[in-house]
Design a protein around this ligand. Structure first.
Ligand code: PGA
Length: 258
């Protein structure tokens, strides 16, 4: 499936598949390989893919494959993972605009197949329920790729998010807002609320892929994979799906794992 050299696969010890690879480029390629495999198996699969610094390399590789005709994304149903509350694709400083710039536009995806987070809905609660139903009607998520926030969030499920949480509006922590300000040029004020798929929404996916890179994530990755399974570190809930979780991390991020 991949040319990447997996330095360490400690699946047995964790019940999950942990791939420690050399560097960011290999995290990106291995993640792109998994997305590619799922889409080739199920061309109309429902997926969710993350925003942030970590997935940039994965998107670059997916765009390359799509543009080269090696990968057909034309029937994929792409569900947005999270968005600032009140913002949408038309705001340059939204997550969906980021996704559009990095993936949707260069990959020339059909907008009808892109399910925007209803982050501007007048009635967010019923819009969130409708979004969950849309995922169900699309056959459920075949794949959820997520990054890991510096505070252990996945999507925007901040510390305190329960395992069973579904799509909803959530208060962002200052830490996440500071982190997200770095995604945009200039001094951008990040809203104090977001709408995100819940932990339960993500964990219902047939396959969950966690991508983590860099030494700045080493401590939170250790807490996520080796600490207690707790809402204080929402990423730790990923381990509850056992073998349906593939963690792809580089050596710098893995430095503190035992
Ligand atoms: P990052 O964010 O990829 O920008 O580090 C990860 C996340 O918050 O999910």
């Amino acid at each position: 499936m991949t040319n990447n050299e997996v330095i360490d696969s400690r699946g047995a010890a964790f019940g999950l598949h942990l791939h420690i690879v050399a560097d960011y480029a290999q995290v990106s390629r291995l993640a792109a390989d998994i997305v590619t495999r799922i889409v080739r198996e199920t061309p109309d699969a429902a997926l969710t893919l993350p925003t942030g610094e970590t997935p940039r390399g994965m998107y670059a590789e997916l765009v390359r494959r799509i543009q080269a005709g090696e990968l057909d994304f034309s029937a994929v149903q792409l569900f947005c993972l999270d968005e600032y509350f009140g913002k949408g694709i038309e705001d340059a400083t939204s997550l969906t605009a980021w996704l559009n710039d990095v993936f949707l536009a260069p990959a020339n995806l059909d907008r009808d197949n892109v399910h925007l987070m209803p982050s501007q809905a007048a009635d967010p609660e019923s819009a969130a329920s409708a979004y969950e139903r849309d995922i169900e009607h699309a056959g459920g998520l075949k794949l959820a790729v997520v990054g890991l926030g510096p505070n252990g969030h996945v999507g925007f499920n901040e510390p305190g998010s329960p395992r069973e949480s579904r799509t909803r509006v959530i208060d962002l922590t200052d830490e996440s807002r500071d982190q997200n300000a770095g995604y945009y040029d200039g001094d951008q004020a990040i809203p104090d609320k977001a709408m995100t798929m819940g932990i339960g929404t993500i964990l219902d996916a047939d396959l969950v892929v966690l991508i983590v890179s860099g030494s700045s994530k080493a401590e939170i990755l250790k807490a996520t994979l080796e600490g207690p399974i707790t809402a204080d570190v929402p990423g730790s809930f990923l381990r509850t799906v056992g073998e349906r979780l593939i963690a792809i991390v580089d050596q710098d991020a893995a430095a503190l794992l035992s």
